[in-house]
Design a protein around this ligand. Structure first.
Ligand SMILES: NC(=O)c1ccc[n+]([C@@H]2O[C@H](COP(=O)([O-])OP(=O)(O)OC[C@H]3O[C@@H](n4cnc5c(N)ncnc54)[C@H](OP(=O)(O)O)[C@@H]3O)[C@@H](O)[C@H]2O)c1
Length: 319
């Protein structure tokens, strides 16, 4: 004779078994899918998609004279794109253009514009008129010179304007200028440099982090709107890359040179609408985004920001 509890256990035994089995199958299928798509992206890649034949003859890169932007310009030039380089200083633009023409034998065009202003877009539009633009890299961006509490940011008023104009307005306005002809030709790729700092709030870099979250949302929404018209829009979210902005000088596995980062990132175009762009960064993105409880992550980022801020202020005092 079964007791009441035994009878209940007996009754739920079979359903629980099948529920467990279904969950195990589901988790295995998900893990297998992740593994296969990981292999597709990081081992096979989609390197040949980004070519003038597939997308259009010209590539436009903002912030093209240094760091990640310069690496995009060079890699796209190596792939045979003619390049429009846009940055602030004409001297630097001329140097990069000359180097690219002699290295890759490609046509270049330079437009000098300061993205901290908003009255530059009619002259950029004029400069791009008539070009068949296959790729737009919205790369230009600025960050904090050191982590700081919002109200203590030096020259806060102009800092806010510059950060929003350079990091946000440029992405929307450049897209407004270039997208119509991509839609007309039913092909083109818009690569937007967000940041891993846009994946979650990064305290003491709050304005930067929020501006990069904007770029991420803008890219995701735009991709949904224009996917069916043959346009690729990608949100790119790097962790540290060795550049002037990051102030990191020595490359390591998790802090690549811009060249290594860009070569890996271009393999993901057309495969990932949101990407960390580089396998070690994708692993870091998965760990921080999926494994860490968000409260723990925010406290951790706050403590890192505080210690970097303290180090900077100490150096300023002694130096
Ligand atoms: N480096 C990283 O670790 C990292 C990580 C995540 C995301 N990102 C993002 O990647 C992008 C590129 O960063 P980066 O590290 O390569 O930066 P970078 O080394 O500082 O280079 C920035 C480029 O933008 C140009 N630029 C700066 N301010 C400008 C302005 N007001 N008007 C026109 N051009 C301007 C610079 O030209 P000038 O020579 O005229 O100054 C330079 O060519 C940014 O959007 C950044 O947020 C970088």
């Amino acid at each position: 004779m079964l007791s009441g509890a035994d009878a209940v256990l007996k009754a739920v035994e079979a359903p629980l078994f099948w529920l467990g089995a279904a969950a195990a199958v589901w988790l295995s299928v998900c893990a297998l899918y992740r593994l296969l798509s990981g292999l597709r992206v990081w081992i096979l890649g989609n390197g040949r998609l980004v070519s003038p034949a597939a997308l259009g003859q010209w590539a436009v890169v903002t912030g093209a004279t240094d760091g990640i932007g310069k690496a995009y310009a060079e890699e796209l030039g190596r792939r045979g794109f003619s390049i429009v380089l846009i940055s602030r200083s004409q001297d630097k633009l001329d140097d990069v253009a000359k180097a690219m023409e002699s290295k890759y034998g490609v046509q270049t065009k330079t437009i000098s514009a300061d993205f901290s202003s908003v009255d530059i877009y009619s002259s950029i539009e004029e400069g791009l008129r008539g070009l068949e633009i296959g790729v737009l890299v919205n790369n230009v961006g600025i960050s904090y010179s050191y982590p700081e509490f919002f109200l203590s940011i030096p020259n806060l008023n102009s800092f806010i304007d510059s950060m929003i104009n350079i990091n946000i307005t440029s992405v929307c306005q450049m897209t407004r200028i270039v997208l119509p002809q991509m839609v007309e030709r039913k092909k083109g790729a818009i690569l937007n440099l967000s940041s891993a700092s846009g994946m979650y709030p990064v305290p003491l870099l709050t304005v930067y982090s929020a501006s990069k979250a904007f770029v991420d949302f803008f890219s995701q929404g735009l991709q949904m709107e224009y996917k069916s018209k043959g346009i690729i829009v990608q949100s790119i979210m790097p962790f540290y890359v060795v550049t002037k902005m990051s102030k990191i000088r020595r490359a390591t596995l998790d802090k690549p040179t811009p060249e290594r980062y860009v070569a890996a990132e271009l393999n993901t175009v057309g495969l990932q609408a949101r990407t960390n762009g580089y396998l070690p960064h994708a692993i870091m993105g998965w760990v921080t985004g999926s494994l860490f409880p968000s409260g723990v992550l925010r406290s951790y980022l706050m403590s890192i920001g505080l210690s970097q801020r303290a180090r900077h202020l100490r150096k300023q005092k002694t130096g």
